[in-house]
Design a binder for this molecule. Structure first.
Ligand SMILES: *Cc1c(COP(=O)(O)O)cnc(C)c1O
Length: 424
């Protein structure tokens, strides 16, 4: 069974101070997991987890990861700006973007971030933009086809917009070397949200073998191999969580089989996990405000897809706990809906839950990554607050809720704000 990381009593305390909906994060869980990741790869001298900032771009949370030696993986200007402002050095910042605007390459170079090129044509584009090729450079590899573990298809890289083909990778490394690059890395992201301990080791084998070939063919000095993200979490109660120690150990085995005999025993392993670092350690807290009995039974809550888009966007499952009703039987079938004028604004469809009464608090699990950050402002709905539940049981606001003023702020080229009534 999935249990919330917060007790009902504690949640009532928090709700008394901060109105729902809000995101709640679990400092203890974040710390324990970050430590386990660090230990799982401690066998590799240069190991670094570059946290995928897009998953949970909150400075307070990123600062916790920083204590465990994590860097930042960025994909946009604002993520670069945040990482730089948080005091990460250039080498602690990875810039794994795609379809990259020139000014983002320029800024990444200015702060000394490692640039991970998504495409062969970006070699030229980058050189024209910053007037040189950086001494440290990385390329994203896409081997095409489907990505399989044993006989099951995990994902379809051949259909994905990312990365260099194998030919482009070999050609690209040669060109980059001629243009002055000295230290090389490769990167690949071939399957998302994998709930198996075999994803990283299988990916690592592909990348390690490619690196051995690349080294032979180009003579480039390959310093790091970036396994990127894709390590998943169990969203449904029946899934078995990944074991990061087994994953680290699996990668170590392949490293010793493939890289060490090829004289590449000092290559650093990098990761760019987002979901695995934060997903289970955040939840969306919302309150039941309406019940509707038509052709189905609906519970309307005060959060909507603006706060959490994954169910509407991917049909993603998020487990829901009705707080204070752990001992009740799940004998009611509900659609749990938000208020958007969009019929897909449902956090759950035909979900068996205990009887829900108005005012009940619902915890929507596993929203710590790609949750808040994916939100938008449709229907003029505002984004919620983020709160950190600390190890000592106290709690702290780590992002306030949006106000109408924030929503209208980009109209500051007009005089519209002065005519607006305060709804309070
Ligand atoms: C999104 C992303 C990640 C993180 O992915 P998770 O699924 O959260 O692990 C890492 N690297 C890149 C380049 C990404 O786009």
């Amino acid at each position: 069974m999935k249990e919330p990381f917060v007790t009902y009593e504690k949640l009532q305390e928090i709700v008394a101070k901060y109105p729902t909906p809000f995101y709640l994060y679990d400092e203890k869980g974040i710390r324990e997991n970050a430590k386990a990741v660090k230990e799982a790869f401690a066998w590799n001298k240069g190991f670094r987890e570059y946290f995928a900032v897009k998953a949970t771009p909150n400075p307070f949370l990123i600062n916790i990861l920083k204590e465990y030696g994590c860097g930042c993986d960025c994909s946009s200007m604002t993520e670069l700006m945040m990482s730089d402002a948080l005091g990460f050095s250039g080498e602690e910042i990875m810039f794994s973007s795609n379809d990259t605007p020139a000014e983002e390459f320029a800024f990444a170079d200015k702060i000394g971030a490692t640039i991970n090129l998504d495409d062969f044509t970006h070699i030229d584009f980058l050189e024209k933009t910053i007037g040189k090729i950086p001494e440290t450079i990385s390329c994203r590899f896409n081997p095409g086809g489907v990505f399989k573990i044993s006989n099951s298809i995990m994902d379809n890289p051949g259909d994905a917009k990312y990365g260099f083909t194998k030919e482009q990778l070999f050609e690209g490394f040669k060109i980059l070397k001629e243009k002055g690059a000295k230290r090389f890395g490769i990167h690949a992201f071939l399957a998302s949200n994998t709930v198996t301990n075999d994803y990283y080791p299988t990916l690592a084998k592909t990348l390690f073998e490619t690196v051995v070939e690349l080294k032979e063919a180009t003579g480039c000095d390959i310093r790091f191999i970036n396994l990127s993200g894709g390590v998943g979490i169990p969203y449904t109660p029946d899934q078995k969580p990944n074991d990061i120690r087994a994953i680290g150990e699996g990668v170590r085995k392949v490293y010793e089989e493939v890289l060490v005999p090829a004289g590449l025993g000092d290559v650093a392993i990098y990761t760019e996990m987002g979901r695995f670092m934060m997903g289970p350690y955040g939840c969306l807290v919302t309150k039941a405000i309406h019940e509707k009995h038509t052709y189905k039974e609906y519970i309307g809550v005060d959060a909507c897809a603006v706060n959490l888009m994954r169910p509407a966007m991917y049909g993603a499952y998020h487990h829901i706990t009705v707080m204070g009703k752990d001992n009740s039987v799940c004998d009611h079938k509900y659609d749990i809906t938000g208020s958007l004028c969009e019929n897909n604004d449902k956090f759950a469809i035909d979900r068996m839950l205990p009887k829900i009464d108005m005012g009940d608090l619902l915890v929507i699990h596993d929203t710590g990554a790609h949750g808040y950050s994916m939100g938008y402002n449709y229907n003029g709905k505002l984004k919620s607050a983020e709160i950190l539940l600390k190890e000592d049981g106290s709690f702290e606001l780590i992002r306030r809720a949006e106000t109408p003023k924030d929503y209208f702020a980009t109209f500051d080229c007009f005089d519209i704000l002065k005519n607006m009534k305060d709804p309070k």
